[in-house]
Write a protein that binds this ligand. Sequence first.
Ligand code: FAD
Ligand code: EPU
Length: 340
Amino acid sequence: MIIQENISLKKFNTFGIYAFAKQFSSFANVDELKELISYNNSLSNNQSPLILGGGSNILFTKNIDALVLKNEIKGIELITEDENYVYVKSGAGESWHGFVQYCLQRNFAGAENLSLIPGNVGASPMQNIGAYGVELKEIFYELEALNINEQKVYTFSVNDCAFGYRESVFKTTYKNKFIILSVTFRLHKKPVLNISYGAIKEELEKMNVPDLNIQAVSQAVINIRTSKLPDPAKIGNAGSFFKNPSVTKIIFDDLKIKFPNIIGYENNDGTVKLAAGWLIEQCGWKGFRKGDAGCNDKQALVLINFGNATGKEIYDLSEEILQSVKNKFGVQLEREVNVI
Ligand code: FAD
Ligand code: EPU
């Protein structure tokens, strides 16, 4: 067990924010993790450790006066299969896109629409990652997580996780109580392609692929993503900063009268999900920059650190955006990024 003191977290968060961890370590298996938790409990500061995956959905607004633990549990293995499915278990510290590529290489279908989402497998259930018409819950089978207080490993089924839009039990009831160790996925042997969302079909036509398959869908998703989302390796960001808010049908119809171009998609429960990027753009924020904090010029839902913005500057900008959307549309935005 090696504990480092006063470590810069800049390279551990895709926003590229300068923040320091009082203590920092990593773990490659559950025994190493238990040792670190015991150490943390002995500190008598009553602070839960902060678990880091790829740092692609986190905004540090201050130095972290706690033990920061980087999850490095590796390994992807085929557990079992039946007539229709394969069951693949991945260590929480594997990169998400690396896992998607593992599936693509073996023709295991279901993860292709989630190509190129940054971060690690262990964080994927935290907010039930989603993109291009697919959410993690559709390929999720179960996960193992360590209860921090009891130091005991529990298995969570899809129902236990209470997945919702960018939600799970790990962001609500069990916030800071469990550390995800591994995730097992159930993938199709015979692909069921999902190309109905957004520009996928159009992109596939442009690509002119002879055979429609999961590799082509993955490439189409990658092409669309790289055309509008900034690459965190080049410019600091954490993807969508806010969730897309839902309103009742009555409120939507009212908004549609006042703002005929408003973009909304009907949810299964009859409410309407609004495109937060459109709302933010209408408030004039797209391409905005103040110091090094700004709003992306292709996708207004993405806040940007142009270099040396502080987490507080990004947060303050998000607050101004949130207030302006509230004032113009009467709609309350909720942050998707985990603000620490
Ligand atoms: P981190 O940022 O390291 O952690 C996120 C949260 O989970 C933190 O609260 C952390 O404490 C906790 N956590 C992490 N690992 C564990 C663990 N093993 N056990 C317990 N808690 C843990 N998201 C989408 O859903 N769809 C997208 O299309 C999408 N596009 C993106 C595009 C860009 C350019 C970027 C930068 C981000 C995007 N995101 C998207 C957000 C992000 O990639 C996902 O939320 C991703 O799952 C975060 O993974 P991570 O390992 O980086 O998590
Ligand atoms: N739009 C605008 N102006 C903008 C941005 C978007 O008018 O500045 C419009 C677009 O033209 C489109 C609609 O809003 O009609 C939706 O935009 P887009 O397809 O880019 O998707 P999104 O709703 O903004 C969501 C997810 C993304 C995910 C994409 C693709 C959320 C909060 N975001 O974005 O996830 O990749 O759909 O499925 O649900 C993330 O979570 O970090 C993330 C990037």
